[in-house]
Design a protein around this ligand. Structure first.
Ligand SMILES: Nc1ncnc2c1ncn2[C@@H]1O[C@H](COP(=O)(O)OP(=O)(O)O)[C@@H](O)[C@H]1O
Ligand SMILES: [Mg+2]
Length: 423
């Protein structure tokens, strides 16, 4: 069978690579893909991004099913458009994708269904928003309602910062429509983890747990990024906590969406905050897998990913289990000069090591120019390795990463520190 993967990042490279290993697959198309998906055995890039073109391609090529990597096409209704013409596609409809595309929708939904999350209120009027901040004080969190590519949240440690964020979003309209409505919510303390499931609308199949590293610099310093590394499993998610997340967050979400007439199909990602006393809260939902969490999660997946997705498309996840490698997987992001604010393009990537059973270099912001692989985006590569514990996985991943060179390369040296500190 032929499968289509939508997107061009490290997440999509990992999805396409894992799918390509199924004996059922003849070819994986990646739209538009990157230099990694262009050169990986069994994968082929197609230079399409507009939804009607993708629909036409899937029809012409007789694609068995399509998987959507990023949130933007989901929020534009790619799933609705594929389904309208009878094409199989794994993801939420445009309306169900509001769990990610509108933070206000997600918060109201969680309140309606008693899903644990920080207390909040939504504002469009700056005067009322300022008054709310004055009343509640800092620390406090301001979130743009719409999609903002990871740049829509201000964790304000003092009131001055909080008021400035309101002016930035509601008065100066610096974030456009995404920031024309804001959620203001209580600050939560604790450790974050990513909890991702496959959903068929009724049933959920949990993927392995993971944690990422959002800050640019070692020791969780510097600006926020899309993610500088991740590992799986996340030791903070104990078996008891895992059961609690399924019981208090995942299942009430799927049941609630179904009751409201918006059955949720696709990957569902709950961003968790676990307080020092073990209290559980939902920070947000994403309607897709995380990047870079996908890379270590899929390194550990032993089941056939095509089977899992087909079971989900057929509504049979209650009959499905996933097998995981007992090893730890750890991925290190290699980012471009100037990332995250002004990533430089065009630097030439030299000496990419060969992939092996225990280490894989997933591409993100790369492009093939003649025979050269060049930097074309902020996060460039994610070197992901398996090891018998987190220290070993880390050692193997850095040994591979240290062989890679391009001018201006940035990477953290402490990926995995939370899991290592815990031991
Ligand atoms: N209520 C909160 N308390 C403390 N930190 C928060 C809170 N909400 C979000 N954050 C921090 O901000 C980051 C981004 O917020 P999130 O809701 O995940 O939005 P997005 O991923 O869309 O930017 C989180 O990963 C977390 O570190
Ligand atoms: Mg987030």
């Amino acid at each position: 069978m032929k499968i289509l993967v939508i997107g061009s990042g490290g997440r999509e490279h990992a999805l396409a690579w894992r799918l390509s290993q199924s004996p059922k697959v003849s070819r994986i198309f990646v739209a538009p893909g990157n230099a990694g998906t262009a050169t990986e055995e069994g994968l082929e890039n197609i230079p399409l991004t507009h939804i009607p073109d993708l629909v036409a391609f899937a029809q012409k090529e007789n694609i068995a099913f399509t998987i959507v990597g990023p949130e933007a096409p989901l929020a534009l209704g790619i799933v609705d458009q594929f389904r309208q013409v009878g094409l199989r596609i794994f993801g939420p409809t445009q309306k169900a994708a509001q769990l990610e595309s509108s933070k206000d929708f997600a918060k109201q939904f969680m309140k309606r269904h008693a899903i644990p999350t920080a207390a909040s209120e939504t504002f469009t009027d700056p005067t009322l928003a300022h008054a709310y901040i004055t009343q509640h004080g800092a620390p406090i969190v301001i979130k743009a309602d719409g999609l903002a590519a990871g740049k829509g949240v201000v964790v304000a440690m003092d009131e001055v910062q909080a008021h400035a964020a309101i002016d930035h979003m509601l008065v100066d309209n610096r974030m456009g429509t995404a920031g024309a409505r804001v959620v203001i919510e209580a600050f939560l303390e604790g450790e974050e983890a990513s909890f991702i499931v496959l959903s068929d609308g009724r049933n959920a199949l949990a993927l392995a747990t993971s944690q990422d590293h959002k800050r640019l610099k070692d020791g969780d310093q510097g600006p926020n990024t899309g993610g500088m590394g991740a590992y799986s499993p996340a030791p903070v998610i104990t078996p008891a906590l895992h059961a609690k997340v399924m019981r208090e967050i995942i299942m009430p979400t799927l049941n609630g969406m179904q009751k409201e007439g918006l059955p949720y199909t696709g990957f569902l990602y709950a961003g968790l905050m676990i307080s020092p006393t073990g209290e559980l809260n939902t920070l947000e939902f994403n309607c897709r897998m995380g990047d870079p969490e996908t890379q270590p999660i899929l390194m550990r997946l032993k089941s056939d990913l095509v089977d899992l997705i087909e079971q989900a498309l057929d509504g049979k996840l209650h009959e499905t289990q996933a097998q995981w490698d007992s090893r730890v997987a750890l991925g290190i992001v290699l980012a471009a000069h100037g990332y995250p604010d002004h990533p430089r393009q065009g630097d030439v990537i030299k000496a990419l090591p060969a992939n092996s059973e225990e280490a894989h270099v997933f591409h993100a912001g790369t492009t093939l120019k003649n025979t050269q692989i060049q930097v074309s985006g902020g996060r460039v590569l994610c070197v992901t390795a398996l090891g018998h514990n987190v220290q070993t996985a880390k050692k193997i991943a850095y040994a591979v990463a240290d062989h890679i060179h391009f001018d201006g390369l940035q990477m953290r040296r402490d990926i995995g520190h939370r899991a290592i500190d815990r031991k």
